[in-house]
Design a binder for this molecule. Structure first.
Ligand SMILES: *Cc1c(COP(=O)(O)O)cnc(C)c1O
Length: 221
């Protein structure tokens, strides 16, 4: 048996200083989030707007809420007033909607582009070719209310560590290439969001500087 605070301390202690920890609190209670908050955690990740809103209302206002899941365009308006980072932008139409809602609220909303590197058919995200097409088209350059702050991906859902490593390497290579080509003089394109409870040590070895960890913090097993 261990507590949320203990598990959090153990994970934080093992993360390199430059790696940010998003505590993924989806499906977990406000009480559990408060335990992590009292232990010093300030970044929390949620994947459904209808679950995030009541938590945002009830919990301390210095929490940075990250939206980490698949986001439908019609839900953007609910989170636009306060969300700190949207991790999984997977199409241009979604970015346009985030920009529109950012404008309505007088904000610039930081976003990551989700890259599809896993072997599964079902996961969301741009393929490397689609990402290249989207970036070279350049519409994003005119959007004043979104800031593209990096890339996000999920590895294949497998026990095969080499497969997982390979997925993250692809994402990291893509990040370097995108940075060189499209953001050469920017310090704001800097986030590499990969790694979850089961694979974050590998993700960090392969360039991650933002890990999204849920069950290893919130589930006692
Ligand atoms: C749920 C979720 C996580 C956290 O997964 P754990 O295995 O519980 O650490 C990370 N990223 C995304 C996109 C998720 O949906």
């Amino acid at each position: 048996m261990s507590t949320i605070a203990e598990r959090l301390a153990q994970i934080k202690g093992a993360l390199p200083e430059e790696v940010a920890l998003v505590a993924v609190s989806k499906y977990h209670s406000q009480e559990a989030i408060n335990d992590a908050y009292k232990a010093g955690q300030r970044i929390f990740g949620e994947s459904r707007a209808q679950e995030l809103l009541p938590k945002y209302e009830a919990l301390p206002k210095d929490i940075a809420w990250h939206f980490i899941g698949h986001l439908q365009a019609n839900k953007v308006k609910y989170i636009a007033p306060f969300v700190s980072l949207i991790h999984a932008v997977d199409k241009e139409s979604l970015l346009l909607e985030i920009n529109k809602q950012g404008q309505r609220h007088g904000r610039v909303i930081p976003c990551l582009l989700q890259l599809h590197v896993a072997q599964e058919e079902t996961k969301y995200g741009f393929s490397i070719e689609e990402l290249e097409a989207f970036l070279s088209k350049g519409t994003w350059r005119e959007l004043a209310h979104v800031q593209i702050a990096g890339l996000m991906c999920m590895a294949s859902n497998t026990d095969d560590e080499e497969r997982i490593r390979c997925d993250f390497q692809q994402a990291n290579n893509c990040f370097e290439q995108v940075k060189t080509t499209y953001f050469p003089d920017s310090n704001t394109f800097c986030l590499r969001s990969w790694g979850m409870s089961g694979d974050y040590p590998i993700a960090i070895e392969e360039g991650s500087n933002m890990v999204r960890i849920g069950s290893a913090i919130f589930c006692d097993d």
